[in-house]
Design a protein around this ligand. Sequence first.
Ligand SMILES: Cc1ncc(COP(=O)(O)O)c(C=O)c1O
Length: 639
Amino acid sequence: METGRRDPRTRVCAVLQHVLAPAFCAGSAEGLKPLAYTDDYIKDVLSSVRVIAMVGASMQWNRPSYFAMKYLQIKGFRVIPVNPAAKGQTLLGEQVYGDLSEIPPAMKVDMVDIFRNSEAAGPIVQQAIAMKDSHSVSVVWMQLGVRNDAAAQQAETAGLRVVMDRCPKIEYSRLYRELGQHGFDSGVISSKRRPMGQPGRRTPAAAGGDRPVFSGFDTKAVHAGAAPDPSTGARVTPIYQNTSYVFEDVDHAASLFNLSTFGNIYSRLSNPTVSTLEERLASLEGGRGSTCTSSGHAAQMVMLFCLMQPGDRIVASNKLYGGSITQFGKTIKKFNWECTFVDVDDLEQVRKAMQDPSVRLLFAESLANPGGVVSDIRALADVAHAAGVPLVIDNTLATPYLCKPMEFGADIVVHSTTKFLSGQGNALGGVIIDSGRFDWSRYADKFPSLAKPEPAYHGLTFAETFGDLALTMFAHAVGLRDLGATMAPMHAFLTIQGCETLSVRVERQAQNSLKVARFLEAHPKVAWVSYAGLESSKYHNLAQRYLRGGSGGAVFTFGVRGGFEAGVRLVESVELFSHLANVGDSRSLILHPASTTHRQLTDEQRAASGAGDDVIRLSVGLEAPEDLIADLEYGLRQV
Ligand SMILES: Cc1ncc(COP(=O)(O)O)c(C=O)c1O
């Protein structure tokens, strides 16, 4: 019997058994090795069935089974609901049966889909096996969180095909590219032109071949999320410079608004160019899904909006990009949110701050802007999880090429895509990437927007309905809808282009940085260099642990002897470095924070925020390193 299982590769929803629909989870997949099915197997199963008996179909529109039934009907499946509590009633145009055994033998049933707990699945599978000849049942499907290996074994021995711990709605929409429209990583990489939302032509491998799995970082950086345009065949993702999308009919519109099918409504919520970037970034970070925003700061605000209620608090590193210090220290007070800043090098201090019961998340940068500070992500994740809250990492300066915070326990990653991801100083943007691993339902009182009925979405409970997709669904359907901090399609397009060369650029920029940092360290007019790639850095060991190749990235600071005046003279003397307030460009950039971004602060405030009079920030670009060194050498001679 071909089971289609093989070594785990796509996480699909296996992480979810503890998250989604706890009612289905009793005695289920806890502690068992996650199941992995090949995409070809799932496609083959789904394309082999037309009539599905859904055991446990709910009459309530906001229950997961109702969503699944509605979606499968839209996709052309006939779904026969089975539910003793609703026996004889009509659900979505179909008569409800009280038990599988009541379905008349004349009615062909290809697949039995089980929306009951894992233990209850056992006898239902027995019934399905008994219906093999009478009703032509050929597939047993157990929903997300439902797993009964013994029953599966019996079904397979009887010649049925089995899928466990998966949702057919999510699998269908994932494989046929609809899920990507909402920013999720489908795990599908293909250069084939295929229709959207339908199986299309069957290829030879779909019958169970052993197609290779494309999982390299650089392959994802070029391809993830971006199959050829289904209607034109355009290979480069087009700029969908478009605000709104035509509904097929009133029913289709209602399904979209109710989130029972996937698709675009209005570009404030989703746009095909933006969702291509969302899928790519989720894929590169190893996340479940992502939400792009108009800027990095907007990403932080939308993320807070999803997780916080008035009166809640965050704990954040005191070594953050200055704009984030202001956003968290001052601006969020207007939402009645508070921030406790801590030194993340001092874990005891962090632990203490996390004891406040109003804390909802811990926030730090992987590689902080600008001081060459590297966070101990694993240790911070442990502290956050012990306090029952997620760890959020701003991975802007490291990029997923140098660091993947989720591999070290981070739950959410945010970026200013304005920096290395777009990479050429031409597109503002931000992104919130969710690992899908934080169990919102377990801490429902802390995260009511995700784990309790949401009043801004007619009482839908996102964590129950969407499981590990909840945060990303909420961030689009409520966050972007109501805050409006949406990324422009043109900016998404430019950032997609940037992603394609991410590893090549970041690697070269980091190599150039090390050369420049070594030059500066040896220069008599330089008092200190704070670059994690240098052996002299306090953060060198953490860089070895968390950043690819022990790299220090391409943004760092140094101190010029002679204080404020010397700093001003240096930035005004260099010719190749651009004097401006950005980082992560392919061009090299220089800034003297004390005379520019931090000018309004007092001397004490400047020193505390790492922007003392002597501090110079560099963002090293792609130019020839000898030219960069020559430019700085000339500038330092003028000091
Ligand atoms: C580390 C970091 N996070 C967030 C931001 C804010 O991003 P944006 O300027 O795209 O709003 C920046 C901007 O410099 C940054 O460097």
